[in-house]
Design a protein around this ligand. Structure first.
Ligand code: SF4
Length: 540
């Protein structure tokens, strides 16, 4: 019987165009919940991670808990990726509470034709971003767990970024863990074994995680995670980011944390290869190429020392490649297949003022160098922000047009500059605010109405939001089709069910037979259904 059950999921594929509403599920593995499960597993206990929980009704959730209630210590929710922007929550929650089935078909609810909002822009005013399992669902789950003497522990960014007061109505059996959860989960699990009546405080806050312990740590999978050799698993190499971009709300920015011990990393990769045949990874760190030493050390002591051809995808920065051109080849030889780059702007002043100061000329120079050395073997996924300080409409439009037509980029995703409005300050924590939100005057940004700012070039949030919708319409067809590949999580999702790198490149250039994509999409749905079927009956 499972000692711990953790429910988690990630935002469905709501980037579909209206009329293409298929494939709302994601397939890959969210790192955080598996890391917490590893803490439990390392104590010699059983942890079951249910990682497509959006597809369960309350009836399904009860079945999974009931099947494993005898030795249950606590139940968890990993909230980090459980936010969705949609106008269909009422429909979802009605089914969640009332259905006589164990599962919900997400396609009509969060898929494109179900009326869900465009997840990448804010133009649909009726849509909101919410935790899919909100207070009503958590309350019901919490009461259910209370009857089994199992506290409900919620961790992840929903908890970390929201002010404590917003949880005032949550049931007393619910406990919140803000920040890093590893150490507390270990302490509490041991305590609960000793004293079954023990209960955590309402809120626990951990902003530190022992650096040495992190460097030696890894994710420990179990047979109940249903891993197959095709899977692309998450891998943590470092925590923290040395940069401090003005628009970024990553709470560990501006902190250079050292990366994991290479022996521990190599052992993690070897274990996953030997036990599950896995050779592919999503690096979930905020930045892979933040140091010359790190890139070389990881190549010398991890990637090149494996008895299999490893492939991986991760976040990268162009300026680091510009400063260290040799690293372009090293990253390719290390097994990279896609880098997601926040290019943000080609406007020199805007870039320099927000922490992306490479400038247009050197950005293009570096992209050409990447194309020359990587060809289509390592793909460049790019993100842009419309509305950065000092950038005007003409400059943004020029970059949108360029990004839609250049072969230097595999994909381009445009988002309007989001600044938390002052009206939200009573909801969110200080750590969740970007530097721009904390001090908009410094970047000459003014609030002109609730939720709408204006920059010094005269552009408002509402205008750039519309520009982003129009930018999407300009992108090549392959970026508008089902299963659009905007970044490396999308890439890994598709590779995890058997789509090849070549087919993904062919999709980009409009050469892929649509049947391939249709079949891959069906395969994701089938795999998710198979997983749910397994989790609904397994007694761990
Ligand atoms: S945007 Fe990326 S590089 Fe900049 S601070 Fe945030 S995580 Fe670091």
């Amino acid at each position: 019987m499972a000692n711990v059950i953790i429910f988690t999921d990630r935002a469905p594929k709501t980037m579909l165009l209206p009329g293409t509403g298929v494939g709302a599920s994601s397939y890959n593995y969210p790192a955080g919940s598996y890391k917490i499960a590893s803490v439990v597993r390392n104590l010699g206990l059983e942890a079951l991670v249910v990682n497509n929980c959006f597809s369960l009704t309350f009836k399904g959730v009860q079945e999974i808990i009931n099947n494993n209630k005898d030795d249950l210590l606590w139940v968890g929710i990993g909230s980090t990726l459980m936010f969705v922007r949609s106008n269909m929550f009422d429909e979802y929650r009605t089914q969640w509470h009332n259905s006589n089935e164990s599962t919900i078909d997400l396609d009509p609810i969060f898929g494109g034709s179900g009326g869900s909002a465009d997840s990448r822009t804010f133009s649909n005013k009726s849509a909101a971003t919410e935790m899919v399992w909100s207070t009503g669902e958590i309350e019901r789950l919490s009461k259910y767990c209370e009857d089994l003497n199992a506290p409900l522990l919620i961790g992840g960014s929903w908890v970390t970024y929201m002010r404590n007061g917003n949880f005032g109505t949550i049931h007393k059996n619910t406990h919140l863990i803000k920040g890093y959860a590893e150490q507390y989960v270990k302490e509490f699990t041991l305590e609960k074994i000793k004293d079954p009546t023990s209960s955590p405080p309402y809120i626990v806050s951990n902003s530190n995680y022992d650096s040495q312990e992190f460097k030696e740590s890894s994710i420990l999978y179990s047979k109940h995670d249903l891993i197959s050799p095709e899977n692309w698993l998450p891998l943590e190499i470092a925590r923290g980011c040395a940069f401090n971009c003005a628009y970024c709300n990553f709470d560990h920015r501006n902190s250079r944390d050292s990366y994991k011990n290479t022996t521990a990393l190599r052992e993690e990769l070897l274990r996953n290869y030997e036990e599950y045949g896995v050779t592919s990874y999503m690096l979930v760190d905020d930045l892979y190429n933040d140091s010359k030493t790190k890139i070389r050390d990881l190549y010398d002591n991890v990637w090149s020392k494996l008895p299999f051809d490893v492939e991986w995808v991760g976040y990268m920065r162009l300026d680091m490649f510009w400063a260290d051109p040799e690293s372009i080849e090293i990253v390719k030889a290390s097994g990279a297949r896609m880098g997601s780059f926040g290019i943000e702007t080609l406007h020199n002043k805007a870039g320099a003022k927000v922490g992306k100061g490479l400038g247009k000329e050197r950005i293009l120079e570096t992209l050409h160098a990447l194309k020359e050395k990587w060809g289509d073997e390592v793909l460049v996924a790019s993100n842009f922000i419309a509305g950065l300080p000092y950038e005007d409409r003409e400059s943004i439009q020029e970059t949108i047009d360029w990004s839609a037509n250049t072969d230097l980029l595999f994909s381009s995703q445009w988002s309007p500059l989001w600044i938390t409005p002052p009206e939200h300050y009573n909801i969110v924590t200080e750590e969740s605010l970007t530097n721009l939100a904390k001090d908009p005057d410094k970047w000459e940004i003014k609030w002109i109405s609730p939720g709408n700012w204006i920059n010094s070039a005269g552009l408002t949030f509402e205008e750039v939001d519309k520009m982003c919708v129009e930018a999407r319409a300009k992108m090549p067809d392959d970026m508008k089709m089902i299963r659009s590949i905007f970044g490396f999580f999308d890439y890994a999702d598709l590779r995890s069910v058997g789509m090849t790198h070549r087919q993904i490149v062919d999709k980009r250039y409009g050469r892929l037979d649509p049947k391939v994509l249709y079949n891959i999409n069906r395969k994701i749905q089938q795999r998710v259904e198979q997983r749910l079927e397994y989790w609904l009956q397994v007694k761990v």
